[in-house]
Design a protein around this ligand. Structure first.
Ligand SMILES: Nc1nc2c(ncn2[C@@H]2O[C@H](COP(=O)(O)OP(=O)(O)OP(=O)(O)O)[C@@H](O)[C@H]2O)c(=O)[nH]1
Ligand SMILES: [Mg+2]
Length: 486
């Protein structure tokens, strides 16, 4: 038999099980926020004299109970040893919980109110006093077959994405697995470790590297009672915050709606977390109450609007074409320095920032090459595994690239992942059917490396080394572009 007892000592539930287990009811109506426990303790009997078992501890962690206590009973039916466990604040040994044993219930001296007040204040201390409270705190999670190094590099990028989205990353959690558990992704034991880890770090958001299926989001949300998002959603969120023009906004909302649609069947709790987006912002927030049909209608509407915008773009392009100027488009991984190069070549002032996806809307500037005029355009950056919905939604913007006579593929040579990034940009260009356009590979940010490193990389990767911050390094690139375009 089990009692679930609230903070003031009121019994919320009485559960009757059998001689070896009890079933705890759905507790979603009880609170538990970042760094906060459930406000319920579970006191139950163990009829065979056994201490707290694995299931008890899993429940303690996953449900974030205040306390899990069992009273064993001896052969005469008299209360014997007693065990209790509670979660621990962050500690050096990384222990998630502690189990205590008391030999006789009569000797249990335990002031619950003082205990729980101290524990909760310890738990909520994490990250406080640093002026960080206002930011949402998140833990990054990677469940992967890849090597530890690959997983870490991938998480580094995920961290940049999260920071760009104004989240505070308070920890990361990697599980390497040959075959990820397709339903839960992580095993239940690992999942409970993750929940306690997030609690200790004061996080209420879990960000999974990669894309979760709608079913996985549902199951993970139900089990952890935390907000769950994946890399795709994070990227969509960034785009939603960056979009400025009407066209950009339509494209992003379209991508978000498409992503949301198959996920709308989830249970209510999961849905409100999901549709709220991160901190409930972006186009996602208005969707709390809308159903699938309305999302579908919205998608149709957005598609129509996008068609109109496409038409207008085409007209504008035509007009430009009449002038007969050749077009050079800058493409590349996000943050590679594309906008900086546009600025350097055309002495413009488009926005440059050390963040991901600063540029969303294409910008065109005139450029004089060898006394002839060309048009140089800057575009949205690419990223590894660019969400399909997003790529499709941005097809209108990226269509412009089909008009290009030459592509400058800018890569950040100082990034340890540069070769992967070049490859994934290549893949995206292929997906967009742009791989037939002549391309110059531009290795940017050489100022960050020494001569020997540059020579080595330029030889193994190929391409023209430049530093977009230093116009003096651009002459070889200008010459090569001239030669290819005229
Ligand atoms: N050290 C160094 N930094 C550079 C160079 N070129 C660009 N950067 C920096 O790299 C960061 C990103 O530059 P952007 O031009 O915004 O990059 P982008 O490719 O347009 O990025 P998105 O539009 O966000 O995809 C900025 O902080 C730039 O100052 C370079 O040659 N050397
Ligand atoms: Mg840019």
């Amino acid at each position: 038999m089990a009692l679930l007892i609230g903070r003031r000592g009121d019994v919320e539930y009485v559960v009757v099980g059998n001689d070896h287990s009890i079933l705890i009811p759905d507790l979603t109506r009880f609170r538990s926020g970042a760094g906060r426990l459930k406000g319920l303790r579970c006191v139950h009997t163990h009829l065979h004299g056994e201490p707290l078992n694995h299931e008890d501890l899993m429940d303690l962690a996953l449900l974030k109970l205040d306390l899990m206590l069992c009273i064993t009973v001896n052969a005469q039916g008299i209360p014997a040893d007693l065990y209790y466990a509670h979660l621990l604040p962050t500690n050096k040994s990384g222990q998630p919980w502690i189990v205590e044993q008391v030999a006789d219930i009569g000797r249990l001296h335990f002031n619950f109110s003082d205990f729980i007040r101290d524990l909760e204040s310890e738990l909520s201390k994490t990250g406080q006093g640093l002026g960080m409270e206002r930011k949402e705190k998140a833990v990054l999670v990677s469940v992967t077959k890849a090597s530890k190094r690959q997983a870490e590099e991938s998480l580094q990028e995920l961290k940049e994405l999260a920071t760009t989205s104004d989240l505070l990353i308070v920890g990361s959690f990697i599980q390497r697995k040959a075959e990820p558990n397709s339903r839960f992704l992580l095993g239940k034991g690992k999942l409970s470790e993750l929940v306690v880890y997030a609690l200790q770090k004061g996080a209420d958001l879990l960000i999974f590297d990669g894309e979760l299926t709608p079913a996985q989001v549902r199951v993970l949300t139900d089990y952890t009672e935390m907000k769950i998002i994946d890399r795709t959603q994070l990227i969509l969120d960034i785009f939603a915050r960056r979009a400025i023009t009407r066209e950009g906004k339509i494209q992003v909302e379209l991508a978000q709606s498409r992503y949301l649609l198959p996920r709308l069947i989830t249970k209510n709790t999961a849905m409100s977390r999901l549709t709220g987006g991160i901190g409930g912002r972006g186009p996602g927030e208005t969707k709390l109450e809308i159903n699938r049909r309305r999302v579908r209608d919205r998608i149709t509407l957005l598609n129509n609007e996008l068609e109109k915008v496409k038409g207008q773009r085409k007209e504008r392009r035509k007009k430009r074409r009449i002038g007969g100027c050749p077009v050079i488009s800058i493409v590349g991984y996000t943050n590679a320095g594309k906008s900086t190069l546009l600025n350097a070549l055309t002495r413009s002032q488009v926005r440059v920032d050390d963040r991901l996806f600063v540029t969303l809307d294409p910008t065109s500037r005139r450029l004089r090459l060898n006394d002839r005029e060309v048009i140089l355009t800057d575009t949205v950056g690419f990223i590894r595994d660019l969400p399909g919905d997003l790529l499709e939604a941005f097809a209108a913007t990226l269509e412009e690239l089909h008009e290009a006579d030459l592509l400058l593929h800018v890569a950040d040579i100082s990034d340890p992942m540069v070769e992967d990034q070049i490859a994934s940009v290549g893949k995206t260009l292929h997906r967009l059917d742009l791989n037939k356009i002549p391309t110059i590979l531009v290795l940017n940010k050489v100022d960050r490396l020494d001569g020997a490193q540059i020579a080595h990389l330029a030889k193994s990767i190929g391409g023209i080394p430049i530093s977009a911050l230093n116009p003096a390094t651009l002459s070889e690139l200008r010459k090569e572009a001239e030669a290819m375009i005229f």
